[in-house]
Write a protein that binds this ligand. Structure first.
Ligand SMILES: [Zn+2]
Length: 58
């Protein structure tokens, strides 16, 4: 299993390429060309740039 980490550039905090990063990255399965599933780990910028809704607060 492989995972590709998408980390915000120049964020206020330092992200680590682990699924237990403090930003609680979202794991999204993506199908590779060979039919296998790769995991896209989408990290969240903690300054709220990406937040357009209010589904997660606190
Ligand atoms: Zn992170």
């Amino acid at each position: 299993m492989s995972a590709l980490h998408v980390v915000p550039i120049g964020d206020l905090v330092e992200h680590v390429s682990e699924d237990d990063c403090l930003c609680e990255p979202t794991a999204k399965p993506v199908k590779a060309d060979d039919g296998s599933i790769d995991w896209l780990m989408i990290h969240h910028s903690l300054d709220g740039r990406e937040l357009t809704g209010n589904d997660h607060s606190g």
